[in-house]
Write a protein that binds this ligand. Structure first.
Ligand SMILES: Nc1ncnc2c1ncn2[C@@H]1O[C@H](COP(=O)(O)OP(=O)(O)OP(=O)(O)O)[C@@H](O)[C@H]1O
Ligand SMILES: [Mg+2]
Length: 300
């Protein structure tokens, strides 16, 4: 079941579509990543989903059970959160809860548990000014959870962090997704692969690849053969073009990269090919393309 569906969601700035007819389906109970390079339209999309920014056209449809003020159902951590560095972590979460419309008593009651969950119990009475980047992001996540949202939206929660902070926040997300649906943006496929079930890869405001991560990984994992010869192989490589097990071919002077359907059949054919042997094979290597290759290809 989809928690949020968008239909041809579009945002136009000065005549240019920063988000261009995007159809998303954010499912309940899973973690979804919005993946794309700088300027792809991730923040703009998230801002429209949270209601912080008006859409130019299209629709955003919430599950019927969550009608009314959508802020009640969404917890949000922006890409560049602003913290009052003179407050303590504890004061900040209580203050955020009150801003979000819950009473001070309730906010105080919840804050302890939330700060324990994000691993900040020992530092809750310290001023935010002394927090590391990872601690601030974890505080931001605690703040976003104070009103028990159905969906937690995190805009690039790990991009600005060092490897330790990154690890802390990714581990926290793995724990949180057991209870709350998560939608987060990133420009790093590896982050998505660590915590997500579903991904949408966007580029220039459009969805270019989408689906279940495991299925996509399987689909794009194809055997690849790299060949290098002493003599130029470009004209010989033309003879491969119509072979049915060939998926993709790239020849450059003495180097050839081919992606194939069945590695055994391809290896047998190539190593026994007299035309190729006559060019003096210098190297022959077998590897696998991955979703990362596809991601680099579609986003470059
Ligand atoms: N308020 C605005 N006014 C005009 N143009 C904007 C505005 N906000 C975003 N844009 C443009 O819309 C496009 C998408 O920006 P957006 O911030 O959504 O990308 P992003 O995927 O979040 O990038 P990043 O990875 O850098 O955070 C960019 O070309 C950006 O310059
Ligand atoms: Mg952004």
């Amino acid at each position: 079941m989809s928690l949020i569906l968008t239909e041809a969601l579009t945002k136009t700035f000065n005549g240019t579509n920063a988000v261009d007819q995007i159809d998303l389906s954010i499912k309940e109970g899973v973690c979804t990543a919005l993946l794309g390079p700088n300027g792809a339209g991730k923040t703009t999309t998230l801002n429209m989903l949270t209601g912080l920014m008006k859409k130019s056209s299209g629709n955003i449809i919430f599950d019927k059970r969550y009608s009314g003020d959508r802020r009640k159902y969404i917890g949000y951590l922006p890409q560049y959160p602003k913290f009052y560095s003179w407050m303590t972590g504890e004061e900040y979460v209580i203050y955020s809860g009150q801003l979000g419309g819950i009473s001070k008593q309730e906010a105080i009651k919840k804050t302890d548990d939330l700060l324990a969950m994000v691993g900040l119990s020992d530092d809750k009475r310290k001023k935010i000014a002394g927090y590391s980047g990872g601690m601030k992001q974890r505080l931001g996540i605690a703040q976003a959870l104070i009103h028990d949202p159905k969906l937690l939206i995190l805009d690039e929660p790990v991009s600005a962090l060092d490897p330790i902070g990154r690890r802390e926040v990714l581990e926290l997300m793995k724990t949180l997704k057991k209870k709350t649906s998560i939608l987060f943006s990133t420009h790093v496929l590896h982050d998505a692969e660590e915590v997500c079930e579903d991904i949408f890869i966007i580029k220039k405001g459009k969805v270019v690849v989408e689906g279940n991560l495991g299925e996509l990984q399987k689909k794009y994992q194809k055997p690849t053969i790299y060949i290098e010869t002493e003599e130029p192989l470009e004209s010989w490589s033309q003879s491969l073009k119509d072979i049915e097990w060939l998926r993709h071919i790239e020849a450059d002077n003495t180097k050839l990269t081919i992606t194939v359907e069945n590695i055994d059949v391809a290896r047998e054919y190539i190593l026994n090919n007299t035309g190729l042997r006559n060019l003096n094979i210098k190297s022959f290597q077998v590897a696998k393309t991955t979703l990362e290759d596809l991601f680099m290809e579609v986003t470059k």
